[in-house]
Design a protein. Structure first.
Length: 58
């Protein structure tokens, strides 16, 4: 997953088409939409990472 900040994922520009693999990429439109619905600013770093992991699991 690298050193990506989970709070910034919701503000990323999505790709045009989803790859639909078992673990979705960070710029997948579905992942960005799922993270946008959450309030990552009020979450701790650990909770935000768990939420990102859950959003990426298809």
């Amino acid at each position: 997953m690298g050193k990506n900040d989970p709070a910034r994922v919701a503000r990323m520009k999505p790709k045009k088409k989803c790859c639909r693999k078992s673990t979705r990429c960070l710029r997948c439109p579905v992942v960005i939409h799922r993270m946008g619905k959450l309030d990552c600013d009020s979450m701790s770093k650990k909770q935000a990472n768990k939420a990102l992991k859950k959003a990426r699991a298809a």
